[in-house]
Design a protein around this ligand. Sequence first.
Ligand SMILES: [Zn+2]
Length: 283
Amino acid sequence: MIVDAHTHIFPPEFIECRESLLADPCFRELYSNPQAKMATAEQLVSSMDENGIGVSIAAAIGWSSHELCRQHNDYLAQAVKQHPDRIIGLGMVQPRQTGHAIKEIERMAESGLRGVGEFRPDLQGIDLMDSTVMQPVMQVLDEHGMVLMLHSSEPGGHIYPGKGNLTPETLLPFIERYAQNRFILAHWGGGIPFYELQPEIKKICRNVYYDTAATPYLYEGRIYHLAAQLTGENKILFGSDYPLLSQGRALKHLGEAGLAGGIREQFLAGNTCRLFGIHPEDV
Ligand SMILES: [Zn+2]
């Protein structure tokens, strides 16, 4: 079985009125280019069927308003209900509206969503080290065993829509403060796997997983081998960033790396199954 740990789906009404959503900073950054693709749950499932993918983690984006978070969360919860064996949902909250955010995480947990993602504090106007904003959110996520999937940015390299500034320098102090929480750092954590060679960083990143979303846009294929050596093979989750990147292209890129069978299986399914308690025989 293959699990895609990083996809995005949207309610059809968001896709139909995408112009009106451009007021949101994160949406504008990612989708102001009309070529930037958006997909519904049904389109995701048909892409999964085409590419032999059993389960996908479907995430929201970093909305700034509580109301947009709520509407997206409702759609994600409905998608999970309709495709319980195929889709795992991550919703969104705006932590600056603390009371709303806490209640919304409780509501997400009740409706079957498994965490928050893809969190964009840089575009949602949040300082990760502001504990009045972040501490209550991290606590309630931890209480519910929910995951925080965070966008991450490379400190160097080319600029692309949505790159942002969530570099290792910004992410590591935050992870250290909430090291008991479980994190997925998107896009290889912007390079944090390299720093896991430092024992103190390895320790603070003990509950951190890294996804491979958008790798063909960012790195040479050697990264799959090298990251397995840096972090061990149990922390890397195959993710595509569908529909910005097709699931087929992401799978092909990983396939071309020629990983040993055991490591490939951990990346493609085993690690994400363990993190979310998916039993491959049930799918
Ligand atoms: Zn991202």
